[in-house]
Each structure stands twice: as C-alpha cells, then as structure tokens.
Design a protein around this ligand. Structure first.
Ligand code: NAP
Ligand code: HSE
Length: 451
C-alpha cells in the first residue's frame, strides 16, 4: 500500500524531499511506500534542478491539500500566509502535516497544535529547527523527564557560515551572504537570518517544548549580526573568544499566578562572545549545535548541518516516516489519537522576564582619547555602579582618527575594551550611562554579551 504525499513548495527543501522520495534504494523500506502525488509551486515554468512530470505540478496549493490522493501534506513553501491557512486546511481535512516552517510554528504553533489535537492529526516539525539535527523529538520525548535549566545554541546556519568565513578568511560580509543564498542556506528574505529573526523563531519553538508552554514570540529580545563590527570579532579573538549568534532560553524560576505556576524565562538572541574552549565555540560553517542542560541529565549537545537541501529534507522525510510508520501499525488509519506532548491540556503558562532583571557578563568597546587617567575613570564608573571588571585592555589607534568630526568631544585615539564579571543588566546600563558622559569618551561603540 502506498501513502500519497502532497508537497507545498519545490524550492531548496521541497526539491530535497522529492529527491529522497524518488530514490528509495538503500533507505528505510517505508520510503519506498511514499509516493509524491502532487506539488504546488508559484511558477511551474521555472527551470528546476529536479525535473518532475509536468502533471504533478500546479499553482493551486489548496488543490494539493484537498486532493483525495494526498494522505500527508508537506508544507515547505515558507512565509506566514498562505502557509498557515494551508496547514489548518489540511488539519481540518484530517490530514497529517509535516512542516519546516519555523516562522509559522513560532507564531501560530498554539493555534495549529490546538486544531491538530481537536482533530487528532499529527503535525510534525523536526525540520523547523536545526536542519538535519534531531532536536524537536529529543526535547519532546527523550529529555522529557528533566528539569531543563537552559537551552542554548547556534541555530542559524547562514549567520554561522558568515561569521566563520569572516573570522577564518577575513571574507567580506556581502560576498559570504551571497554564497549562503546560492547554497540554499538563507531564507527567501535573508534579513530574517542576519537580523536574528530566524533564530528567534527557533528558540521560541525550542523553549516552548523545553518548558512546556507557549512563548510570546514578539517578546524575545533579538539582535542579529548585521550591525556587528569586524573589529569586535578581531578584538574578541585576541582576548581568547569567538563571536557567535547565540539563542538562549534559561529557566529563572516560577511564580504563583491564577491557573498555576508560571515559568519565568530569559529568552533572547544576540551575538555573544564565547570562550574558545566552550563547546559551542568550535561549531563552524553551516553547522548548528544546541546545548541542553537539564536535571538530572547534565549537558547534552546536538550537532550537525543546520541548513541546506539535504539535511533539511532528511528531517522532513523522517517526520513523514514517523507518520507512515503509525499507519503501518494501525492499519490504514493516518490519524493519531493525539500527539501527547503538543497537547494543549498539558501546557503550562510561561512568561519572559524583563531583560533589565537578568544578569550577564559583558564585552564593551569604548572609543576614547588616549590620555592619563582615562582607564581609571572608566573603572571608577563601573565600580560605583557595582560592576566588577574581569579584564580591561587598550587597543591603540593611529592618528586620533576615531573621534575626528565628533563635535565637542576630544579626538579619540584609543579603543578600550572591558569584559565584566556577571552583573545585572540594570547596573551595567547605569555604569554605561556614566561612562558615556565622561569627556574623554567619544562613544560606547559596541556592547556584546559574553559567556
Ligand atoms: P524556497 O527555496 O524559497 O522554496 C519555496 C517554494 O515554495 C518554491 O518552490 C516556491 O515556488 C513555492 N511557493 C512559495 N509560495 C508559494 C505559493 N503561494 N503557492 C505555491 N507555491 C509557493 O524555500 P526553502 O529554502 O525551500 O524553504 C522552505 C521552508 O523551509 C521555509 O519555511 C524555510 O524557513 C524552511 N527551512 C529551510 C531550510 C533551508 O536550509 N533552506 C532549512 C530549514 C527550514 P517556485 O519554485 O515556483 O518559486
Ligand atoms: N535560513 C535558515 C538558516 C535555514 O540559515 O539556518 C535553516 O532553518
């Protein structure tokens, strides 16, 4: 008996999925029972690396979902609409869905999971985070016994590819981004990658699973690599750090509220200095890695290719096989009683805390005039605000060029980099306000979190 697959999208990921379905030899025997029955694209005339019979292609995605020959709907078209409506349409028709669309799941996951639970159909999302890395099912199932303290990771392949090549080759940002697009790593609009939105979508999904509740996507503080200065990458390297775009979800405690305990979380995305010996510091290129810290398991790290046709299709087809496997043991019934760990009735309330109440180590780069006493004054400002300095270093600049043109300020000819010990964001910001007001300081040029 074959299972009919309807594919919504035949781009990087869709073509990867179609390629696996077209060559079942040597794979799990169930792959041979999956048959691609219909495919929705925007432009059927577009030349494609993988040519499919013309009669499979159409531009009406609703028709793919509604086609009685389609048993499982695979959404790999991206974007919010019509992807969300198509997923809900498939669920309403009682058809299981596999999707790689983290943007939709991060925003509408609760609505989709509730609809799926009500209808008793699976919606599987392994490809939405970490490309080829199995992380969704492990978080939902294998690590379910743990109190998860922290989930942190490099979960955007495009930016890790850019940062790695900039650090290793001194390659230009725009040139490496173009390569990432050509290789199929980047989103249709790469702003989602470089501004951190894609990583924020993914950490919203991971933290929702880790802490068992819906996460307000819009509340996640997000900073990308688009404003990162190559100088900070270079200075960080001299100080023994690498800079990575890190997504972090940390459990801070719980608070009593009506309806039960509310999980208090610190969830954020930003460029971060990692000590070179940190397990995530050695993750290069398009690879992703997710470090899960839990009680009693300790640290578990998931590592592998985080984007691209093959790795992502590997995760999509694994989800299809999970559903097909259920059909095998339950006769021809593709509907599931419930996906217990996505069921709305087991969700807990979660709340993101205001970042001024969180504590971190920090890297600060200051542009200053090079004269006696400057470092002392900066140290005093930090000290008076209760910020303890771990290291302070001056990097010489030539010709006093940094401050030229800044009216009313002394010409800057030094850059001072400070790394603080862990301190509350509120104290740190108070110190920076004092420092920025010093007449010797031309600018607080960069602030980065440090692990
Ligand atoms: P893509 O290369 O841009 O492909 C999108 C496909 O969807 C194209 O075939 C396009 O048709 C089709 N499409 C778009 N809108 C449509 C519409 N309204 N009706 C019918 N067809 C439509 O995107 P992708 O890189 O494969 O990504 C797909 C999804 O997977 C996204 O949600 C993305 O975030 C996610 N994802 C991607 C990766 C990756 O490495 N690329 C990894 C993990 C997850 P045409 O071909 O005719 O333009
Ligand atoms: N654009 C995404 C990335 C694709 O670069 O990680 C994988 O989700």
């Amino acid at each position: 008996m074959t299972i009919g697959i309807g594919l919504l999208g035949l781009g990087t990921v869709g073509a990867g999925v179609a390629g696996i379905l077209a060559s079942p030899g040597g794979r799990h025997p169930l792959v041979g029972e999956l048959e691609l029955r219909r495919v929705a694209v925007r432009d059927p005339q577009r030349p494609r690396a993988l040519e499919l019979p013309a009669e499979l292609l159409c531009t009406d995605a609703n028709a793919v979902v509604d086609d009685p020959a389609v048993d499982i709907v695979v959404e790999v078209m991206g974007g919010l609409e019509p992807a969300r409506s198509l997923i809900l349409r498939a669920i309403a028709a009682g058809k299981p869905v596999v999707t790689a669309n983290k943007a939709v799941i991060a925003r509408y996951g609760q609505e989709i999971a509730a609809a799926a639970a009500a209808k008793g159909v699976y919606v599987l999302i392994e490809a939405a985070v970490g490309g080829g890395i199995p992380i969704i099912e492990p978080l939902k199932q294998s690590l379910g016994a743990n109190r998860i303290q922290r989930v942190s990771g490099i979960i955007n392949g495009t930016t890790n590819y850019i940062l790695s090549r900039m650090a290793a080759e001194g390659a230009a940002y725009a040139e490496v981004l173009a390569d990432a697009q050509r290789l199929g790593y980047a989103e249709a609009d790469p702003a989602a990658d470089v501004q951190g939105g894609d990583a924020a979508d993914k950490i919203a999904i991971l933290s929702g699973l880790a802490y068992g509740g819906p996460i307000e996507r819009a509340a996640i503080p997000t900073e990308g690599i688009d404003r990162l200065d190559a100088r900070d990458v270079a200075y960080a390297a001299q100080l023994g750090y690498v800079v990575k775009l890190l997504a972090v979800a940390q459990h801070l405690g719980s608070a009593n509220q009506e309806g039960g305990d509310c999980q208090l979380l610190d969830v954020r995305v930003h460029p971060t200095l990692l000590p070179k010996q940190h397990p995530l510091a050695g993750v290069h290129g398009v690879n992703n890695a997710i470090l899960v810290e839990g009680d009693p398991v300790g640290q578990v790290m998931f590592y592998g290719p985080g984007a691209g046709a093959g790795p992502t299709a590997s995760a999509v087809v694994a989800d299809i096989l999970n559903i097909a496997g259920i059909q095998h043991v339950s006769g021809n019934q593709l509907q599931a009683p419930l996906d217990p760990l996505l069921a709305a009735n087991s969700w807990r309330p979660c709340r993101l805390v205001d970042s001024s109440f969180t504590s971190h180590r920090n890297y600060v780069r200051l542009q200053t005039s090079d004269q006696p006493g400057v470092i002392g004054k900066i140290g005093t400002c930090f000290g008076e605000a209760g910020v303890s300095i771990q290291s302070i270093m001056q990097f010489e600049q030539t010709g006093g060029a940094l401050g030229a043109g800044l009216q009313g300020l002394a010409p800057a000819d030094a850059e001072i980099v400070v790394i603080t010990h862990e301190v509350s964001e509120a104290r740190f910001r108070a110190a920076l306000t004092e420092i920025a007001a010093l007449e010797e300081v031309a600018a607080v040029a960069a602030c980065l979190r440090t692990l």
